[in-house]
Structure formats: structure tokens, C-alpha cells
Design a protein around this ligand. Structure first.
Ligand code: G1P
Length: 289
């Protein structure tokens, strides 16, 4: 029987150099889109997929992330005294169950594959989701929930994929397609950040995965790949042929919030989805065209 998907790993150790000086004293995952930090969107998305346990792979200077998910007793008390019921309810709704979040420090930035390997005790022998909080998803059905459904359907590894213009494939993990079935694509190979002329397709991996725990065995070999880093993509590639491996053309939109333009676009797109501000945002946008 298929093991239920209950765990998620969220790598948050990156320095966020592209957002300096904003990220000098705070984590890039704490940058807000409208009124909630990026990390909150990722956690909410995972919870909507039935995830119960979270492991943040952190590093120095990332304590704000941990604080964000703690009970802010003084704040709650002050809101209570001031009769701010709506704000209080909002804070409490986001409260995670005690013991559901753990953190592991990556210590040295050796790559995404290494970050995931750091979560090996947390993962143990269960399937797990990975969410890269820089990739902000706007989907009617949580992107991780779409992957969870595909995991139950295929019984193996699934990664969210999308087509990008060929000239940008060198920024992503790229799929070598075995069979294209539309929403699902069976995978015969994976390459991390290939030179454009060597890319097997323009179907790229975005920062959402559901993987089987065996990937850890491959990551443990600490083999360096693209950019001299231990790449998750290389570890995943070793699973192909031994376990089912599929790409899922998810329904929704992705915003690359690791990039300033993507981050700005996300602000607008998420504000336009908020009934209390959409009309005003549309109005002021007109003044810029
Ligand atoms: C990482 C992965 C890459 C994936 C990308 C999605 O790269 O290594 O395979 O396509 O995330 O955002 P990074 O953006 O961290 O360089």
C-alpha cells in the first residue's frame, strides 16, 4: 500500500543576495507579498495538500522564519486588549500544531541536493514533498495538492513542470521526456541547468516535488554537479528506471520571487486576487500605462 504523504521539506538557507540590502538582516523568505511572507504561502500550500510535518532547512540569520511560526503571546494579548478580533483570529488560524515544525541547519551551502540530504532523519522512510519558497504559486488547487494526487495515481516520484522559452532552459532542471501524456509526462532523464544546445526539451522543473525517500541514498554520495554543487536533480535522476518518475503540468501560475521582476509581478497578481483591494489596484495601475 502507498504510504500517505505527510511530510514537507522547505529549504530556506539561501542568502538572498539578489535582494540586498533588503535581506541583509532578515531572511528573503520573510519578504512579504501583499501582507504575508513568502514562507507562509509555501506552508499554507503544503497544508492544503494534507502535509502535517514540516522541516525547514535553515542557516545563519534565519531565526525570523522560526519566530514567525511561534505563538507571539504579547502580540496576541495586546490585540485582545484592543479588541482587534479579526487580526487575532487571523494569527490564530495560522498557528501550527506544537511539534509540527522542525528546523535543521545546513551549515555549509553545498547545493540544493545537500540541503535536502540534511533532512534525512526527518524524512526517514516516508515519501515527502519539497517546496522552494522562492517559487510562489497561484493555483485554484494547491500545487502541492496537485502533485500529491499525481503521487497517488502513479505511486512514485512526481515533479511540477512547465514549458519555458528555449533560451531560458539553462536556468532550470530539464526533463528528458519518455512519453507525453498531456498533464502527466513520464521521465527518462533529468539534467540540471544544461547548456541551451544540449537541453533535452524545454520542459523544466519548478520548485515543487514529491519524492520517495530513496533519493537520500543517492544524495549521500555527495557528487558535485552543475555549478560545482550537490544537485537535487542529479539525485532524482538516479531513481529513474527503479521507481516511477513523472512530470506534472500543474494548473496555475508560478512567480519566480527569487527575481525582482517576478517578485513585483507577484505583488500585483496577488493583490488583484484580494477582493478588498483589487479595484483600487486596477485603478492605480491605469495611471502607469
Ligand atoms: C532549483 C533546482 C532546479 C529547478 C529550480 C526551480 O534551481 O535546482 O532544478 O528548476 O530550482 O526554481 P535554483 O533556482 O535554486 O538555481
Amino acid at each position: 500500500m502507498l504510504k500517505p504523504l505527510r511530510k514537507a521539506v522547505l529549504p530556506v538557507a539561501g542568502l538572498g543576495t539578489r535582494f540586498l540590502p533588503a535581506t541583509k538582516a532578515t531572511a528573503k523568505e520573510m519578504l512579504p507579498v501583499v501582507d504575508r511572507p513568502l514562507i507562509q504561502y509555501a506552508v499554507d500550500e503544503a497544508r492544503a495538500a494534507g502535509i502535517e510535518q514540516f522541516c525547514f532547512i535553515t542557516g545563519r540569520g534565519k531565526t525570523a522564519i522560526v519566530e514567525h511560526f511561534d505563538v507571539a503571546y504579547e502580540l496576541e494579548r495586546t490585540l485582545e486588549m484592543r479588541g482587534k478580533a479579526r487580526e487575532l483570529a487571523e494569527l490564530r488560524a495560522q498557528q501550527q500544531e506544537p511539534g509540527s515544525i522542525m528546523t535543521v541547519r545546513q551549515q555549509v551551502p553545498l547545493g540544493l541536493g545537500h540541503a535536502i540530504w540534511c533532512a534525512r532523519s526527518f524524512i526517514a522512510d516516508e515519501p515527502f514533498a519539497i517546496l522552494l519558497p522562492d517559487d510562489l504559486m497561484q493555483c485554484d488547487i494547491s500545487c502541492t495538492a496537485q502533485l500529491a494526487a499525481a503521487y497517488r495515481e502513479t505511486g512514485g516520484n512526481v515533479v511540477a513542470v512547465e514549458e519555458v522559452p528555449m533560451e531560458r532552459v539553462n536556468k532550470y532542471g530539464v526533463i528528458d521526456i519518455e512519453k507525453d501524456m498531456g498533464r502527466l509526462v513520464s521521465v527518462k532523464g533529468l539534467v540540471e541547468k544544461p547548456p541551451i544546445e544540449e537541453a533535452p526539451s524545454n520542459l523544466t522543473i519548478i520548485g515543487r516535488y514529491v519524492l520517495m525517500p530513496e533519493v537520500i541514498t543517492h544524495l549521500a554520495k555527495m557528487e558535485k554537479g552543475a555549478g560545482g554543487e550537490i544537485q537535487l536533480t542529479d539525485g532524482m535522476a538516479k531513481l529513474i528506471g527503479h521507481q516511477p518518475f513523472h512530470g506534472v503540468r500543474y494548473e496555475g501560475r508560478r512567480f519566480d520571487c527569487g527575481d525582482k521582476i517576478g517578485f513585483l509581478e507577484a505583488q500585483i497578481a496577488f493583490a488583484l486576487k484580494r477582493p478588498e483591494m483589487a479595484a483600487q489596484v486596477r485603478e492605480f495601475l491605469k495611471t502607469y500605462s
